[in-house]
Design a protein around this ligand. Structure first.
Ligand SMILES: [Zn+2]
Ligand SMILES: [Zn+2]
Length: 246
């Protein structure tokens, strides 16, 4: 089994709160400098920058898990990843259907742009991407799994926009594939406080909004190759694959 180092929670220039330096080219460059094997692209409520980052990363031999950080009706942030472009597009359709039509104010919130490999603007999102979807956490979890995706509540112990901040507890019936936690809690602490199954996979990522945050926090995946099938096996602790929290 091999070890792959990954930072699976990275925002791009498309997220209004992310720095304008977060272009596909710069993100891939930074990931390369820090020897990351896998990066996850997770903009707020949009998957539209994933494809270009994936194409850029391929040139450098870095795997990209294409995803999104979706905001549920309860204002809980959850990471979702999809294996291929078709499933990703279907989830984008779902977001487009449930994202409220509040317009972005660039002065207040920042730009929401998709740029290509030359950093030319190819799309601007006019709906505010940090709104909550008109769909609750269970509905979103079901949709992610219907599309064979992976569903991971983000920064689950954080004081805002997390499962714990919004609900106070982790619902027993929630079908999460793993939980992302911050550096402020241990894996054992999170599992025992929330009475989770001891085998639950726990990850940490940088949640980078600036270039120098990429790879600041990473997680190791013991797998045969850096692909989505192996990632699912690792999250489920199957066939010798596993997540190793740093
Ligand atoms: Zn978040
Ligand atoms: Zn985030």
């Amino acid at each position: 089994m091999r070890q792959f180092r990954a930072d699976l929670h990275i925002h791009t220039i498309l997220s209004p709160c992310a720095d304008l330096e977060m272009s596909p080219k710069n993100i891939v460059q930074r990931a390369k400098e820090h020897n990351l094997d896998i990066i996850g692209i997770t903009d707020h409520n949009s998957t539209r920058q994933c494809g270009i980052v994936k194409k850029e990363a391929l040139k450098e031999g870095i795997a990209v898990f294409t995803g999104v950080e979706v905001t549920t009706q309860e204002e809980i942030h959850c990471l979702a990843f999809f294996e291929n472009e078709i499933e990703l597009l279907k989830f984008q359709d779902y977001i487009d259907q449930y994202l409220p039509d509040f317009k972005n104010n660039t002065d207040l919130f920042g730009y929401q742009i998709v740029v290509d490999e030359n950093e030319d603007i190819v799309f601007e999102e006019d709906r505010l991407l940090i709104s909550a979807l008109n769909a609750d956490i269970d509905a979103i979890e079901s949709k992610v799994h219907e599309l064979n995706g992976v569903f991971i509540p983000a920064h689950a112990n954080k004081a805002s926009n997390s499962l714990i901040s919004q609900l106070g507890i982790i619902p027993r019936n929630l079908k999460a594939d793993a939980y992302e936690i911050t550096k402020h809690i241990t894996q054992e602490g999170f599992i025992s406080q929330n009475k989770l199954n001891p085998g639950t996979s726990i990850l940490r990522n940088s949640d980078a909004h600036f270039l120098d945050q990429i790879a600041a926090i990473t997680t190791i995946y013991e797998m045969e190759s850096p692909d989505f099938t192996e990632f699912k096996l690792a999250l489920n602790g199957l066939n010798g694959r596993k997540v190793v929290l740093q």
